[in-house]
Design a protein. Sequence first.
Length: 151
Amino acid sequence: MILSDDNQYMRLALELAKEAFKEGEIPVGAVVVADGKVIGKGYNQTEKLNDPTAHAEMLAITAATNYLGSRHLQNCTLYVTIEPCAMCAGAIFWAQIGRIVYGASDEKRGFNAYSSKLAHPKAKYTTGVLEEECHQLIMDFFKQLRLKRKK
C-alpha cells in the first residue's frame, strides 16, 4: 500500500538524486524518516568523495544514526529512489530499519538480484513509489553519459 506521505518523501529523495545528477554522480537519493521528520538524507557521492561506499543510503543511514544517537533504526523508514544494492542492503539489515520504500527496481545490481535474504526479516518493503520518475532519471543519466563518451 502506497501512502500519500510515501510520495512526499520520495519526492525529497528524487530532489537529492537530481543533485547527484548535477554533480555527475549516479542519481540516487535517500531520506530516513522517523515520526514524520526527516532525520537523515543523502545522495550518491562516490566520485566526489572518492569512496565506493558513499551511496545515498549509506550517507542517509549514517546521518540518521548520528541524529538519534543509536545504531538501530527500527522505527524509521528509508526512502530511496532505486532498489538498494547488496552493500546498502547489508547496512539496512544491520541498522534494522523497519520499513524500506524504493522507487524503481534495479535488476542488475539491486539486492534482490542476489538474494532477498539480504533484507532484515522484520523489515517491511514498499516498491514502485514514483517508479517512472525514479527510473527515468537513471535512464537520462546513463544516456547523457553515453553521449559524452562518444564525443
